[in-house]
Design a protein around this ligand. Sequence first.
Ligand SMILES: [Zn+2]
Length: 226
Amino acid sequence: MSLRRLLAMAVLLGLAACSSPPPPPQLAAPAPAPVLLDPDAACLQDLAALGVSFQPVQSFGDSDQGCGVGNAVKVSAAGVPWNRPGVLTCAMARTLARYQAEVVQPLAQQRFGQPVARIHHAGTYDCRVRRNNTTAAAAALGGSRGGRLSEHSKGQAIDLMAFELADGTMVSVKKDWRSGGAKAAFLKDLAKASCSSFNVVLTPNHDRFHQDHFHLDIGPHTLCGY
Ligand SMILES: [Zn+2]
């Protein structure tokens, strides 16, 4: 193609670009999607009856990775305040509220003569595979995929780190699990009793990834690892 023809085409293209119609005006932003209430309304009623402070959250998911939470709620207190809010399924929030009232508080009263006033947790919903030696080895080799999705990925799990008593005393899984004394005894009793509320209970006895928290979940697997 001659230089002259190329120049002529460039001029024509330029004219075409100049004569193209202006872009249409921007459409108004769509209204925010309404929050979908839990179709299991009985669960939300149970949370209210149990004194849980929560907000319904629109169900969400990531189809690529398989993460997501249906019937989701954002909880800031279940019987006692949490150190920070967490997103869970309504069913898991209800289980935690009952666990708090029926397991945690009686054991605290029995061991310390006072209730737990605040729960310190390290995480609820989190889109990730389970942390264990296999997935850690895969991550070290440059890839973290391949492990089974954690129940955290479905809002069915929580990691409890510490229990703050009414007088401000902290009972910490990391510091007190192996310390001996009343705090360690409380944590051991609590871990054992947790198996009646949750399907999976993992403590520092399980592996090096659980040295500072109890992992509790209501997923389909069963493992009482206190
Ligand atoms: Zn966990």
